[in-house]
Ligand binder design. Structure first.
Ligand code: GRF
Length: 202
């Protein structure tokens, strides 16, 4: 399974997936694409001898124009799976529809709770006793595609954003490689907007 990972930053999830792919003979990260030239994840990719590309937005470029260039970059790799790992751009509907069922994202909340940004602060502000991360198929509506796998963490009274996000991050690194592996083993599908593992509705 040819995997392309899209990033914008540190790339710790990318690293977990690269490391996870070492254990499976079915998935291979063949390319990493960033919208930011200084994303540390690009260095991680180089260290693992994985090809990288940068698609840097032009000033005042429309989302459609950017996504068309992104598409060109992705098509060079002919991927079976696109993994969003901290890619901090919203993708146009047109783009998402081209890869429906073949594009996944990780979001730092227990979806459907807290789509969008500042999820850790929102969980703390709401007084939630649990929080977590969700891997989901990407559909045109932001952070709303069917959930594949979630990991929960407790929230303690004394938590701040930093400590809570670290706790969630650790779980992300456990669940994301697992989902990539399932996909590469063809155990995971999306049909009519629903996610299935081994043919069973998730
Ligand atoms: C993660 O918290 C992920 O949930 C969110 O962006 C962050 C990426 O972190 N989508 P990293 O770059 O993988 O360390």
């Amino acid at each position: 399974c040819r995997v392309v990972v899209l990033i914008s930053g540190n790339g710790t999830n990318l690293q977990a997936i690269i490391d996870g792919c070492d254990d499976t003979l079915t998935a291979d990260v063949i390319g990493v694409i960033s919208n930011k030239p200084d994303a540390y994840g690009l260095i991680r990719a180089h260290q693992s001898e994985i090809d990288t590309s940068c698609v840097i937005p032009h000033l005042n470029e429309s989302r459609e124009d950017y996504d068309a260039r992104l598409l060109e970059s992705i098509n060079k790799y002919q991927p079976d799976l696109i993994v969003l790992a901290g890619f901090m751009r919203i993708l146009s509907n047109n783009f998402v529809e081209k890869f429906i069922g073949k594009i996944i994202n990780i979001h730092p909340s227990l979806l459907p709770k807290y789509p969008g940004l500042h999820t850790h602060q929102r969980a703390i502000d709401a007084g939630d006793s649990e929080h977590g991360a969700s891997v989901h198929f990407v559909t045109p509506e932001l952070d709303s595609g069917p959930v594949i796998l979630q990991a929960k963490v407790p929230v303690y009274l004394e938590d701040d954003v930093e400590i809570l996000s670290e706790r969630v991050h650790e779980q992300e690194h456990a669940i994301y490689p697992m989902v990539v592996k399932w996909f590469s083993q063809q155990r995971l599908t999306m049909q009519s907007g629903k996610a299935y593992l081994d043919g069973n509705l998730i």
